[in-house]
Ligand binder design. Structure first.
Ligand code: FAD
Length: 354
């Protein structure tokens, strides 16, 4: 079978690329192991425009946020599924230091911040908020498993998806791939192969030099009937995401050192401690999940062509902000591959990782 692009991995990264390549009329095949637990299947999927304890707002935020929202809404329309949920975020200050940092940020960057915040309204019997906070207007969350499933159906309808585990040792590249393309894997011949394998992205003969710094994270699913009326995401170091009918997700932890990819007692304790800083209501735990985030350098996405094999491409490092930053980066990578446009310098793997 001859195709244009073979994508390895149908997590968030591979899905974003597949959509944008199909939109450009490319013949695509996505292969995925169909594992039960992956970063994308466990992720909270939060889009938090003003993040971190210094409340920095990068200059590119507005463009990326708009791009992401338009992308998800467009794909909802194309699949008749719902996965992007616009939600306000009640950002409660953890302490006086954070309150002071916010005041300073408002003084310095008040105009840039204006579209994103409003004064905080909070019921202090339901939430701890002794240092006050602010409300973010442009937040939300992606139901990542629902997005993956809608994408998978879309790919299946186009004969563009296969359950398989690709071993990079079986991939032949360059002239040896034959006269019809530059990449051969089993009976598939393609012009290029894109590895979107997530946190194990350096267990691959082409990218074994990739400086992955993965971080495991735990999330709890809870029932908290006392907070049933709350519709906003509440963030105070940890976060609480309302799903409706008194059901919530709470998280999360961030461990670079981990013995297991699965949930741990320590992770559970840490999430409960974070929840205790948000609300006095303890709730009932329904489920405890954990997975590993693909991180290379902070939450910076790295992408581009392999240093010695032009037809071998990487898209990885989505980190904790993949839902917000992923769509824009996938579109830049597609423009690079199909139109020869330069990659953004800060994400170009050749500029940063070699
Ligand atoms: C606890 C937790 C909370 C998170 N919260 C957020 C959040 O609030 N907001 C946010 O934006 N991000 C969040 N993230 C991060 C987010 O999940 C990731 O950035 C993103 O989902 C990574 O997607 P990916 O496609 O790169 O990797 P993955 O989701 O790991 O997908 C890789 C896919 O490739 C497949 N695969 C790998 N190698 C092969 C191979 N050789 N052959 C076939 N298939 C292969 C895997 O099976 C998998 O399906 C969170 C993550 C965790 C763990």
């Amino acid at each position: 079978m001859k195709i244009d692009t073979l994508i390895v991995g149908q997590g968030l990264a591979g899905s974003l690329l597949a959509w944008q390549l199909l939109d450009r009329g490319q013949r695509v095949l996505v292969v995925d192991r169909d594992e039960q637990i992956t970063s994308s299947k466990v992720a909270a999927g939060l889009v938090t425009p003003i993040a971190g304890s210094r409340f920095n707002v990068p200059p590119e935020l507005g463009e990326r946020l708009l791009f992401a929202k338009q992308f998800y809404w467009e794909k909802e329309e194309a699949t008749s599924a719902q996965f992007f949920h616009h939600k306000r975020i009640a950002r409660v200050f953890r302490n006086g230091k954070e309150a002071a940092a916010w005041d300073k940020r408002l003084k310095n960057d008040g105009d840039d911040l204006k579209p994103y915040h409003e004064p905080l309204r909070i019921d202090e019997t339901a939430f701890h908020a002794p240092h006050s906070g602010f409300e973010m207007k442009e937040g939300g969350w992606l139901d990542v498993p629902a997005f993956l499933e809608a994408t998978r159906q879309h790919l299946l309808e186009r004969a563009s998806y296969a359950i398989a585990s690709l071993d990079s040792a079986d991939v032949i590249v360059g002239k040896e791939a034959g006269p019809d393309g530059s990449v051969r894997w089993k009976n598939i011949v393609a012009d290029r192969i894109i590895f979107a394998e997530g946190w194990k992205g350096n267990q691959n003969r082409f990218f074994d030099w990739l400086p992955m710094k993965p971080a495991a994270g735990d999330i709890l699913h809870l029932e908290i009937p006392e907070l049933e009326e709350e519709t906003r995401i509440v963030n105070c170091g940890g976060w609480l995401l309302p799903l409706g009918n008194g059901l919530f997700r709470a998280g999360s932890t961030y461990r670079h050192e981990f013995d297991t990819e699965g949930p741990t007692a320590e992770g559970r304790r840490e999430v409960l401690e974070k929840l205790g800083n948000i609300t006095p209501h303890e709730g009932r735990i329904i489920k405890h999940e954990a997975a590993v985030r693909p991180i290379i350098r902070r939450s910076q996405i790295f992408m581009g062509r392999h240093p010695s094999h032009e037809e071998v491409i990487l898209f990885n490092g989505l980190g904790s902000k993949g839902v917000l930053n992923g769509p824009w980066h996938a579109s830049r990578l597609v423009e690079h591959l199909l139109d020869g446009r330069p990659l953004p310098e800060s994400s170009d793997l050749r500029e940063n990782l070699l």
